[in-house]
Design a protein. Structure first.
Length: 557
């Protein structure tokens, strides 16, 4: 098991630009100043709105004239490099920040890109050289995967396409359609049961779980036929063989989200918010006994979506950021901004969220650590531990450090597939994206990273030409700054897209963000919730306070 934190020279920041370096220095230092700002509410609101506005203004605003849409009739990987009405309206295609580029294309003066298989050396961890994150627990990448699986949904049959709604709509829990949400609802007008989602209670432990997807006969239960099958489950079960498949199938939950069963960690978070939905429904029904099942369900769903967005900004984004100022999910910060436009997920956002290097090779979910390749689709680890203990174990195990030369072996093929997807989309170079979001272009590899082996490999693979470095590779070649969870370009692009797409959620709009939308009791729950710990505590009954969960760990010495 790895025990090392990173230890190499810092990167040369001279290409970042004076304004960027000054901003990062001020916000990442002077904790006493920022505590003072946060202690005075008008100052806090002003600082919060200013920081959010600055983050989004780093790039041009939506709607983007660029997209991944194919030329009419094209079934390969070609894309239209001109703007059309269909490209501006057909939301089954990803948008993009920059138009299709020429990097690696025939005739590009920079020459061909390195063979895909040669890039394995950039990701694979040398034996015994794995490094741990300085401040992120495994709860952080677990939340990131589960949360982003709700809107970063690449169509497996065509990587240019998506079936996302382009919103934080909580589809891992509620699904993408009325038929899917209906399949997981209890649908009862009986007092004390209105608005609830279906659950099962373990008779031995009293733990509440989602129902099982498969029946005793190994077939999908008829009531769940409307749900999308768990993504790639069939292929995985065929791969592992009948004996292992017979062990896994009874552990699969009936989730409306096609990716929520991917691992015990994604299932864990879905179960947490399933319990929270039913708790909210109980509060709302009690306060409004004349409401029917439909209104209780829809109102609880509204509240749960809003709680998720609050957690995203006030715990998750604050964990990512190295700033001492703690951001708040104040939707009024964007109500009158020129960047408040309809959401449309760009392909770059999809790719920059491939945080595979954070994932350890073994997981602390049993007395004997579980290897990563034995974790997929197996929720038995979760049900054996119970929700509270599973979340606590995720909070005490360190994630790995994000970056090149630090990916567990079982995820190397996924890294290479991500590079291939970037090439299929003809993404512009890493340097082009730096310029697009307000950083200077790097001129030397030392301005990307201070890690000697990363520098050597990048020079070798990209023929000593820093302008040939690909977007996906460059993102993870950068070093993670102290107090941060991700490298600088990832951090900037996450903030840009997260704020402009989370705080512009329809439920947070100027005329919807009020007690009428969420009910009075739901509104109170929204106002008082800022951390996952609060949601866990209020869904463990008598175990409140027994388990401590956190994305942020103290620096290991």
């Amino acid at each position: 098991m790895p025990t090392k934190l990173r230890n190499h020279p810092p990167r040369d920041e001279s290409a970042d630009g004076l304004e960027n370096r000054f901003e990062a220095h001020v916000l990442s230092n002077y904790p006493a100043l920022w505590r003072f700002v946060m202690s005075i509410e008008p100052l806090r609101r002003f600082a919060n709105r200013t920081i959010i506005d600055l983050a989004v203004r780093r790039a041009r605003f939506r709607p983007s004239p660029y997209g991944s849409m194919a030329v009419h009739g094209d079934t390969a990987n070609g894309m239209a490099d001109y703007t059309s009405w269909e490209l501006m309206m057909d939301r089954t295609w990803f948008k993009r920040h920059l138009p299709p580029g020429t990097l690696g294309q025939e005739g590009d003066k920079r020459g061909p890109l390195p063979p895909l298989e040669a890039l394995e050396a950039l990701f694979r961890t040398p034996p015994g050289e794995e490094t741990l994150s300085e401040n992120s627990s495994l709860l952080f990448p677990s939340f990131a995967q589960w949360f982003t699986d709700g809107f970063l949904m690449t169509d497996p049959s065509d990587v240019r396409k998506t079936h996302t709604s382009h919103h934080i709509d909580f589809n891992p829990l509620y699904g993408l359609s009325r038929a899917e949400s209906d399949a997981i609802r209890a649908k009862s007008e009986e007092k004390g049961h209105k608005g609830r989602l279906k659950t099962e209670t373990d008779p031995d432990t009293g733990e509440v779980w989602a129902p099982r997807y498969f029946g005793p006969d190994g077939e999908v239960k008829p009531e769940f036929k409307a749900l999308r099958p768990p993504l790639r489950l069939t292929e995985y079960l065929n791969l592992v063989g009948s004996e292992r498949a017979a062990e896994i199938k009874p552990t699969i939950f009936a989730f409306a989200g096609e990716r929520a069963n991917t691992s015990p960690y994604t299932a864990m978070l879905n179960i947490l918010f399933l319990r929270e939905h039913n708790r909210l429904a109980g509060l709302i029904e009690e306060a409004n006994p004349d409401w029917d099942d439909e209104r209780v369900f829809q109102t609880a769903r509204n509240v749960n979506i809003c709680l998720l967005i609050k957690i995203v900004v006030e715990e998750y984004i604050n964990h990512i950021s190295p700033y001492h100022f703690q951001l708040t999910a104040d939707p009024s910060a964007c109500w009158n901004k020129p960047w408040n436009k309809p959401n449309w997920i760009p392909i770059e956002f999809n790719l920059l969220y491939r945080w595979h290097s954070l994932t350890p090779d073994y997981f602390d979910l049993a007395d004997t650590p579980v290897p990563g390749d034995r974790l997929l689709f197996d929720n038995s680890h979760l049900t054996k531990l119970g929700l509270g203990q599973a979340m606590q174990r995720a909070s005490t195990q360190r994630a790995w450090n994000m970056g090149l030369l630090n990916t567990a072996g079982f995820l190397i093929p996924v890294e290479l597939a991500s590079v291939a997807q970037g090439r299929a989309h003809r993404l512009a170079s890493y340097n082009d994206y730096r310029a697009a979001v307000g950083y200077g272009r790097v001129r030397r590899f030392e301005q990307i990273t201070g890690h000697p082996e990363r520098i050597r490999l990048l020079k070798e693979l990209y023929d000593g030409d820093v302008d040939k470095v690909e977007f996906f590779v460059g993102l993870f070649a950068e070093d993670v700054a102290p107090r941060a969870a991700v490298p600088p370009l990832i951090g900037r692009m996450v903030a840009l897209d997260a704020f402009s797409q989370a705080l512009t959620n329809p439920l947070l709009s100027e005329h919807a963000f009020n007690p009428r939308t969420f009910s009075k009791v739901g509104w109170r729950e929204i106002q008082k919730t800022t951390r996952l710990q609060q949601i866990l505590d209020r869904n463990l009954g008598g175990d409140t306070g027994r388990y401590a969960i956190t994305m942020t760990l103290p620096v290991k010495t």
